[in-house]
Design a protein around this ligand. Structure first.
Ligand SMILES: C[S@@+](CC[C@H](N)C(=O)[O-])C[C@H]1O[C@@H](n2cnc3c(N)ncnc32)[C@H](O)[C@@H]1O
Length: 282
């Protein structure tokens, strides 16, 4: 029997994943592209093209892994974010499309040609490196307390050849020099430890240290808002990603800590996702 054509492989892969995945067709496409090292248009331009023995074996093995629930990004080891290709691993969160909302918001306020920006809990470096690539004259620091995440973000920085970013190991602000930033951003852990969604889908394969926080998910957010005041320039901005149902709590805590100009931005799904505020103590 000859090998599958691209079209057949996609159909076989998607059908094998219907019980495991909410997006079986897309997953099969991404896994096949990874095995044949081609761009997406190739799949639809050459549907009759036969896979080589090697490509077919790699694809079927990837489908088997996905059937166990392993995230697609952990199989391909890469995830695109802000049109950049980030290496991912089990050390931290797989970057999510919703987090691009945070990058967009920060770019809107980073209007000066030069400035300094801190990304707390940088993980793969997705936010820090995307912003550094858009703001080449800014100095960007990304920090994470997990050594493996720091190594991963550093590798991504090197792979993407981004010179204006530094990745450091730090438990939030604790290892940073006494420096004031124009912009601080963070997508911290914000899920409640009891949230049943932690038992479903990709999050089962991501470390709890990247996902959950005490106080119904608010502890790290509150720490960053409170301590951030000591690290922001006058009129500097703090941007926080949070859960769809945390907008009011985050706005209230910003107000309690005397920040100004507090607002929440929705993600593409129409949910509260990012709250920003300005530190202007006078
Ligand atoms: C939700 S993930 C976000 C990762 C990445 N910024 C992104 O948006 O894809 C949260 C990150 O915060 C890091 N983190 C958790 N607690 C931390 C702490 N105390 N200090 C620094 N980083 C921390 C985790 O290791 C994880 O990489």
């Amino acid at each position: 029997m000859s090998n599958y054509s691209i079209q057949q492989a996609l159909a076989v892969g998607a059908s094998a994943l219907t019980d495991t995945s909410e997006s079986p067709k897309l997953d099969a496409e991404v896994l096949l592209l990874d095995c044949i090292s081609q761009s997406r248009t190739y799949l639809f331009t050459w549907p009759e093209k036969l896979l080589t023995d090697e490509q077919q074996a790699a694809f079927l093995s990837a489908i088997e892994k996905r059937k166990t629930g392993l995230p697609v990004a952990h199989i391909t080891e890469y995830r695109e974010f802000w049109s950049l290709n980030f290496k991912v691993s089990a050390a931290t969160l797989i970057p999510r499309p919703d987090t691009e909302t945070l990058v967009e918001c920060a770019l809107d306020k980073a209007i000066n040609k030069q400035g300094s920006l801190l990304d707390l809990g940088t993980g793969t470096g997705a936010i820090a490196l995307s912003l550094a690539s858009e703001l080449p004259l800014w100095q960007v620091i990304g920090c994470d307390f997990q050594q493996d995440a720091v190594a991963l973000a550093t590798q991504n920085q090197q792979n993407l050849a981004i010179a204006n970013a530094t990745i450091v190991q730090s438990d939030w602000f604790s290892a940073l020099d006494a420096q004031l930033f124009d912009v601080i951003v963070s997508n911290p852990p914000y899920i409640d430890e009891q949230d049943p969604h932690l038992l479903e889908g990709d999050v089962r394969f991501e470390p709890l240290s990247a996902l959950v926080a005490p106080k119904k998910g608010m502890a790290d957010i509150e720490h960053i808002i409170e301590t951030g005041r000591n690290y922001l320039q006058k009129k500097g901005w703090l941007f926080l990603e949070h859960g769809y149902d945390q907008g009011q709590l985050v706005r209230d805590f910003f107000a309690k800590m005397a920040y100004k100009d507090i607002s929440t931005v929705k993600d593409l799904g129409g949910n509260d996702r990012v709250t920003l505020a300005q530190w202007d103590p006078d």
